[in-house]
Design a protein around this ligand. Structure first.
Ligand SMILES: [Zn+2]
Length: 417
């Protein structure tokens, strides 16, 4: 390796680091703060920022409230910069969004579906292709969160809906084949709980936490251990399944094939069952929300089951923090007393002395969608991803003038996502 190669590689490495830092901080830190964070020389940072702006990757805005005469700038997403298409597929509907570097989300489409693989994924695939065609090379990837175990290659089971080994990439893009094999440039498919946990680790309450436990509650419950910011996904990709452990002593058969699963006692299905309403099949979201808001007895039963299961997992895994997303946030807000009263007696004495903090997610229901975004930017923010971006923008001449003194919102208006 000669010196020239090394300096080219170093520059590529620093471009990725700078973009990653801008993305991870939500495009809130000034250029001088980033320069310090990344231990760069000021001149090096200036050259890097200028190059990334020329490539249509970054755009600087004056920092709000900057002192007169000492202008400082905040690098953020370029108005014609890369977009991650992110999808949160739930048991009854899906949401499709475009996400900028830095994490700003623009929802593009929300639709209910009938619960069948074709009914859910056919129209979603059409919507994704339409937006890809409109956005052209700005759409750098598609991340999809699904509410069931996902094996490598995008094979998905959603037991409540009768999905068995559904080839999600093939159904999203039927003309590209698929058959469980990852297609270059094809969608990145992940479990909703694992992706919510990833988002929580990047921009929520698991940020900076070495060992965390994340639990996502929708129709049922999913859980995953997060170590050093990474959800542990098992040997085959489907490790995030704490909801299918018999942690609460139940004996009901679960649609997953096991008996007495924890997720039978926590979530919208359990709330509906508790008050004698029909449940299952991804139906009844509004009724479940009504039960959550009005039935103290059903909420207490859910919170008690949640607390018992948390105690078992804390004994086994020793997390610093337990975070809750989806309905888990409201369950904790409405019934933290019952949850903690059920959790504490289940803890080993050595855990009870220093129990982990339990916290509602900072990201609400957005975690799975944001995690799908992160999976796309994780692939893009690499030297190879940035090379592909440059190749896809031959018309982005280095001397393209940037609009000056134009507010962010005006730029957005000119270049609608
Ligand atoms: Zn189960």
């Amino acid at each position: 390796m000669n010196g020239a190669t090394t300096s080219v590689e170093l520059r590529a490495h620093n471009r990725v680091r700078l973009l990653r830092a801008v993305h991870d901080c939500g495009a809130t830190r000034t250029r001088s703060q980033l320069t310090r964070d990344l231990h760069l020389a000021r001149g090096t940072a200036s050259v890097l920022v200028a190059g990334l702006a020329e490539d249509g990757l970054l755009h600087e805005e004056p920092a709000p409230g900057a002192a007169r005469g000492r202008p400082t700038h905040v690098p953020g997403p370029h108005p014609r910069g890369p977009l991650a298409l992110a999808v949160d597929v739930r048991e009854d509907a899906w949401e499709l969004a475009a996400c900028e570097l830095g994490g700003r989300v623009t929802v593009l489409d929300v639709r209910p579906h009938d619960g069948t693989p074709e009914g859910a994924l056919g129209p979603l695939g059409e919507a994704v292709r339409a937006h890809q065609a409109r956005l052209g090379p700005r759409a750098v990837g598609v991340g999809v969160a699904l509410p069931g175990p996902v094996r490598h290659g995008g094979l998905v089971d959603i037991p409540h809906l009768g999905w068995r080994s559904v080839d999600v990439p093939a159904l999203l893009a039927p003309d590209r084949g698929g058959a469980g094999a990852p297609v270059p440039g094809g969608p990145l498919v992940g479990n909703d709980t694992a992706l919510a946990a990833l988002a929580e680790a990047r921009r929520g309450r698991l940020r900076g936490v070495r060992v965390g436990l994340h639990l996502h509650v929708d129709f049922d419950l999913g859980g995953v251990l997060v170590v050093d910011g990474r959800p542990l996904d098992g040997a085959g990709g489907s490790g995030a399944e704490f909801g299918h452990m018999p942690l609460t002593g139940g004996d009901r058969p679960c649609p997953c094939g096991a008996t007495g699963c924890w997720s039978m006692d926590v979530g919208a299905n359990a709330l509906l069952r508790r008050v004698g309403l029909a449940y299952g099949g991804g139906r009844g979201r509004e009724q479940a929300e009504h039960v959550l808001a009005t039935s103290e007895e059903a909420v207490a039963a859910n919170a008690t089951a949640l607390g018992r299961g948390i105690a078992a997992l804390v004994n086994a895994l020793d997390p610093e923090v337990v975070t809750l997303s989806g309905h888990g946030v409201e369950l904790y807000e409405r019934a933290s007393g019952q949850l903690l009263a059920a959790c504490e007696p289940g803890l080993m004495a050595i855990r009870r002395d220093r129990p982990p903090r339990i916290a509602g997610s900072a990201l609400g229901w957005r975690g799975s969608l944001l995690g799908a975004m992160e999976s796309v930017f994780d692939e893009f923010l690499t030297p190879e991803g940035l090379d592909r971006w440059r190749e896809s923008h031959p018309d982005q001449a280095p001397d393209t003038p940037e609009p000056q003194n134009v507010t962010h919102s005006t730029l957005k208006g000119r270049n609608p996502i």
